[in-house]
Design a protein around this ligand. Structure first.
Ligand code: ZN
Length: 94
């Protein structure tokens, strides 16, 4: 899971949160001054918008990595299927 940097709108402390959480409607407290930050697509705060944009990018990158891993696993699956078929055929012959 990737993390995204967020700058507090009040005390300017920079902290991190999971990219998967940073979506429209999410809210969390600043670990330093404890102000509650609301994450909305139409937020007037540039720091919130920047964090949401980074989170969206991080989630997109993660999906592409997962997709590459899934397609890479397919040749192995078809190989084990054909191997199992060969073994079965030998048993039939004997
Ligand atoms: Zn703060």
């Amino acid at each position: 899971m990737s993390f995204v940097q967020i700058q507090c709108t009040r005390c300017k402390t920079v902290f991190r949160d999971r990219a998967g959480r940073l979506q429209d409607g999410y809210s969390r407290q600043c670990p330093s001054c404890e102000v509650v930050l609301f994450f909305a697509e139409d937020s007037p705060n540039p720091q919130v918008k920047l964090a949401m944009r980074r989170a969206r990018k991080a989630r997109k990158g993660q999906r592409e990595t997962e997709g590459a891993r899934a397609s890479a696993a397919q040749p192995g699956a078809s190989f084990s299927r054909s191997y199992a078929g060969r073994t079965h055929g030998t048993e039939d012959g004997e």
